[in-house]
Design a binder for this molecule. Structure first.
Ligand SMILES: Cc1cc2nc3c(=O)[nH]c(=O)nc-3n(C[C@H](O)[C@H](O)[C@H](O)COP(=O)(O)OP(=O)(O)OC[C@H]3O[C@@H](n4cnc5c(N)ncnc54)[C@H](O)[C@@H]3O)c2cc1C
Length: 255
């Protein structure tokens, strides 16, 4: 999973205070869900069948597929809201900062830096993470870094993490409150949260936070939030295959 324990280079007997773990991955676990294509169908069919819509669910799979595709294509979005997925996400704070900009159809609860001591787990880019930005804002691309740049990034980040976590520990040891001491910790620190959404809000998120060859409207997300999005997408695709197929077939634009 790409985790390494690092200790201070000039500390021959590393103290626990200067040990930090670095990770290059993110984790996403689907902890709870009530989500299926039939949730879309009964919600849509109430328009024409009223309370009998629930009985129609299994009747004609081809018609069901066609109805979901029609709803997606014509952006009749509310039938995609009658379902729920709760994910446990572990990712750096800078990812959560972007994530929580998604206000509609999402609920969040994040671990607290006031009520618990934050653990020394930090993000460093993996070897496949493109490091260099070329071009101008709005029209730029990312390309691979050189081995020297990769070394500089990982070593500089690790040293900075060690120093800031040691400062955090020093303040805690001096009796300073966690909520004050945490100000020294960087956005590369890992955090965890529960994020609950429905298929419609997830599609809006995926349209903005993933790159995909089928996207009608390309987006240019930061790679690390895209890594979270890709893992959520895989779980959702399994739960709602017809809805997922219609999302892709209609250019990955949320209805
Ligand atoms: C590639 C990329 C780069 C970005 N760069 C920046 C940046 O530099 N700085 C920055 O601050 N943010 C940035 N953002 C965040 C972006 O501006 C949005 O806040 C974020 O993507 C959430 O999108 P949203 O508002 O559509 O989603 P949600 O908050 O989930 O809203 C969903 C939809 O509801 C409607 N809606 C929600 N709230 C309102 C409202 N108050 N009024 C009217 N309609 C509403 C809109 O139709 C919206 O699309 C970036 C996002 C992306 C994807």
């Amino acid at each position: 999973m790409g985790r390494t324990l690092l200790t201070s280079a000039d500390d021959p007997q590393p103290s626990p205070r200067t040990d930090v773990t670095v990770r290059s991955d993110v984790t996403v676990e689907l902890v709870k869900s009530s989500a299926s294509d039939s949730d879309v169908l009964f919600a849509a069919r109430v328009s024409t069948l009223g309370e009998q819509s629930i009985g129609e669910l299994q009747k004609d799979p081809e018609r069901s597929k066609g109805l979901i595709n029609y709803l997606m294509r014509d952006r009749h979005g509310s039938p995609f809201e009658h379902n729920s997925m709760t994910f446990l996400v572990s990712a750096p704070i800078f990812v959560f900062r972007e994530f929580m900009r998604h206000r509609v159809g999402w609920s969040y609860n994040e671990e607290s830096g006031r009520y618990r001591e934050l653990q020394p787990v930090f993000y460093v880019p993996g070897e496949d993470r493109k490091l260099v930005q070329q071009g101008r804002p709005g029209k730029y691309e990312f390309v691979d870094g050189t081995p020297e740049q990769y070394k500089a990034v990982t070593e500089t980040m690790a040293e900075s993490y060690r120093q800031s976590y040691a400062a955090y520990q020093e303040m805690l040891a001096a009796g300073v409150a966690r909520e004050v001491a945490r100000a020294t910790l960087p956005v590369g620190l890992f955090s965890s949260m529960y994020a609950t959404c429905n298929a419609r809000s997830l599609m809006h998120f995926l349209g903005l936070r993933t790159q995909h060859e089928l996207a009608k409207v390309p987006s240019f997300p930061q790679r690390e939030i895209e890594m979270v999005g890709e893992k959520m997408e895989a779980e959702w695709a399994r739960l709602m295959p017809l809805t997922y197929a219609a999302f892709n077939a209609n250019g990955r634009v949320a209805p």
